[in-house]
Design a protein around this ligand. Structure first.
Ligand SMILES: C[S@@+](CC[C@H](N)C(=O)[O-])C[C@H]1O[C@@H](n2cnc3c(N)ncnc32)[C@H](O)[C@@H]1O
Length: 279
């Protein structure tokens, strides 16, 4: 699992449609984030940075926790996602952005907009699999105040996650090898031991973890693929060359069909939340 953490970000700019789709169907990912934020019990007045904030739903919930004396900044590499965050989260009474929230386009690997020792918390909900974590943790550590906490949620790399096991198997088939690399847009999600080692290497202390057993249900394979693709910013299947799109959809749908229950397509996976403190 070690090579995983050294990789460069595999994020690609997405379309407005995919960003919108994610905004409309991200409750499953928000569940992990809400678990993490509840566990942090962020006090009023805290200063928080939400890296990879996406359309900002969790960012605004954190802003409610910190209240008017606190402040939350959401930062995301995806311009389309920040556009949605800015459009969605206006204060209904002021018809302007909430005074204690701001959203900016930016890269978690380079937080040079922010001074050292600035935030009480840096949080990252379902983002870290995109990142070169050595670089991103170095930056998170720098901008945190002494005593501040970094918290992240992710799919657990210690357990199989069916959509990504399917992707790995399908695109290793001979037909695909003629068109794409077998590893194209495959994530290696962090393991607990890999993440713990990286925390310690980056100067953090007191790493702790939770595992969250979760189930994804969608009415049919197509709906499940659409959800997974949007949650991966269009890099699950839509990033394949046009020439193989139809075959890929048929092959992926056949694999997802194997997970049919009376509720629809039902997939179990394990989420992980991780917490580390800057002494
Ligand atoms: C699965 S979404 C999660 C969004 C949000 N945290 C939520 O809870 O809804 C992952 C997000 O990470 C962002 N992202 C990927 N690489 C990034 C980077 N290097 N810096 C900042 N954001 C990044 C993507 O644009 C995307 O919005």
């Amino acid at each position: 699992m070690t090579g995983v953490m050294d990789k460069q970000a595999s994020f690609q700019p997405e379309t407005e449609k995919s960003a919108q789709f994610y905004n409309e169907d991200c409750e499953d990912q928000l569940k992990l984030g809400r678990f993490m934020i509840k566990k942090l019990n962020i006090p009023k007045g805290a200063h928080v940075l939400d890296i990879g904030c996406g359309p900002g739903t969790l960012t605004v919930e954190i802003a409610d926790d910190v209240g008017p004396t606190g402040n939350v900044i959401g930062i995301d590499l995806g311009e389309e996602r920040i556009k949605i965050a800015l459009q969605t989260h206006k204060d209904p009474t002021l018809n302007t952005y909430r005074p204690n929230v701001s959203f900016i386009v930016g890269d978690a690997h380079n937080l040079s907009h922010f001074p050292d020792n600035h935030f009480d918390y840096v949080v990252a909900n379902t983002v870290i699999h995109y990142l070169d974590l050595r670089k991103a943790l170095k930056e998170a550590f720098r901008v945190l105040k002494p005593g501040g906490t970094f918290a992240a949620s992710s799919v657990s790399g210690d357990h199989t996650c069916p959509p990504f096991a399917i992707k790995k198997e399908v695109q290793s088939r001979g037909y695909y090898r003629a068109h794409i690399a077998p590893t194209m847009d495959l994530f290696d999600f962090p393991t607990q031991s890999g993440l713990e080692a990286l925390f310690l290497d980056s100067g953090f202390q007191c790493a702790s973890f939770d595992l969250i057993h979760s189930t994804l249900v969608r009415k049919d394979p197509r709906a499940m693929i659409n959800y997974v693709d949007a949650s991966c910013s269009g890099t699950y299947i839509r990033s394949f060359p046009e020439a193989i799109q139809a075959t890929a959809w048929a092959d992926f749908e056949a694999e997802f069909e194997k997970f049919r229950t009376e509720r629809g397509i039902e997939l179990e996976y394990v989420g992980m939340t991780a917490y580390a403190t800057k002494a």
